[in-house]
Write a protein that binds this ligand. Structure first.
Ligand code: HEC
Ligand code: HEC
Ligand code: HEC
Ligand code: HEC
Length: 269
């Protein structure tokens, strides 16, 4: 009985895979409803995914990459280039790795193509998680960002070590018992490797990864931030930036030491 069933199954599979809908290679099902375009650059599924073996639209469109998010498949796409520029000027790499560069404080975006639907990525940018800044991008810029993320992600195989990091960012976590939360957290937030997301304020910038290469070069003379610079800033921000809004913060020496440890805890790749 079991043997007969498996012979029947093999027969049916053979019949199906040699059926007429397989004749024209991998695009056949799609071409029942669509006309071809961008030929020569690949097949429909190379750029849009989906399942070409069927004419049932729900199945054919399984994990479909819609047109607007498929621009990353085209060579030298201006959409991708603008997206990459937006990633640079927004400092996304303070927290994320993308294009194999960036801090490991939030998810590694280089794994996005396999793991996430483009719409989910767009949603995450439009409605950011608690410790991700709100950038208020326009819809076209979100599309550009997603295309840039997917472009970097294409062909990038996740290293197994990428799964090793523990990230915490519960909004209501009891986090007041540290020098950052007490002295800075009313106005700033930060993601740290050691104690997760701390701070509740959005008046000042999100300071995640401040001592890394991926933070903005906003110290005096367009320099990167370091511990000496931060010490000067806290003493009197207006010595560094004439119209600074932030009031001076006076910390004891050991408090400053503890603060540096918190600010410096990020994972760079
Ligand atoms: C039975 C007909 C049918 C088949 C088969 C089919 N599609 Fe579609 N497809 C449609 C229709 C209708 C739309 C427009 C409405 C929609 O988005 O569902 C569409 C829309 C699309 C879009 C645009 C979506 C967007 O929002 O930009 C893409 C891309 C696409 N299809 C790719 C494919 C690919 C690739 C295949 C094969 C793997 C395929 N389709 C198979 C009927 C089909
Ligand atoms: C090299 C990548 C590539 C290939 C191959 C490709 N597409 Fe597209 N597709 C895109 C891009 C990029 C867009 C967005 C509009 C544009 O730039 O042309 C798109 C847009 C679409 C759309 C949305 C409507 C539109 O024209 O804007 C549909 C539907 C679609 N493709 C279906 C298909 C089907 C079916 C095939 C296979 C016959 C296919 N595509 C092959 C990249 C590709
Ligand atoms: C201050 C840290 C921080 C910055 C800066 C930041 N993000 Fe995020 N981002 C997060 C956190 C936290 C999450 C939610 C948890 C996670 O995915 O790690 C997140 C999630 C995402 C997701 C969803 C990822 C997924 O797998 O579901 C995308 C996409 C994303 N961010 C894109 C961006 C882009 C694009 C930028 C720059 C414009 C950016 N982020 C800047 C912290 C940040
Ligand atoms: C009362 C609110 C407030 C407090 C408390 C506060 N900050 Fe700020 N901070 C700001 C604001 C607002 C800015 C924006 C820049 C400006 O003032 O021009 C800022 C800017 C900064 C910057 C410059 C970042 C950049 O990219 O320009 C650093 C660094 C900084 N704060 C660190 C800290 C640290 C560390 C603490 C705690 C020891 C702290 N701040 C406490 C409000 C605050």
């Amino acid at each position: 009985m079991g043997l007969r069933l498996s012979i029947l199954t093999v027969f049916l599979v053979l019949l199906w895979t040699t059926g007429p809908h397989f004749y024209n290679g991998r695009n056949t099902g799609c071409l029942e409803c669509h006309s071809a375009h961008h030929e020569g650059w690949g097949t429909c599924v190379d750029c849009h995914r989906g399942d070409p073996r069927t004419q049932r639209i729900q199945i054919a469109h399984h994990r479909l990459v819609p047109g607007e998010y498929a621009c990353f498949t085209l060579p030298e796409s201006p959409v991708v280039e603008t997206g990459q520029w937006l990633i640079d000027i927004s400092g996304c790499r303070r927290c994320h790795q993308t294009g194999q560069q960036g801090n490991g404080l939030a998810s590694n975006l280089d794994g996005s193509l396999d793991k996430k639907m483009p719409e989910v990525l767009a949603d995450a940018i439009n409605k950011p998680a608690v410790f991700m800044p709100h950038f208020n991008f326009q819809e076209t810029d979100v599309t550009r960002l997603v295309n840039a993320i997917l472009a970097s992600s294409a062909g990038y195989a996740l290293k197994s070590t990428d799964f090793g990091q523990a990230i915490h960012f519960e909004e209501d976590k009891e986090d007041s018992d540290n020098v950052f939360s007490r002295n800075c957290g009313g106005c700033h937030r930060i993601l740290t490797q050691s104690i997760g997301g701390i701070g509740k304020g959005d008046i000042g910038p999100n300071l995640s990864g401040i001592f890394s290469d991926f933070y903005f070069q906003t110290f005096k003379g367009r320099k990167s931030w370091n511990s000496t610079g931060l010490g000067q800033w806290l003493k009197n921000p207006r010595d560094i930036r004439t119209n600074a809004q932030m009031p001076p913060v006076h910390l004891k020496k050991d408090e400053f030491g503890h603060l540096l440890k918190i600010l410096d805890s990020y994972v760079s790749s």
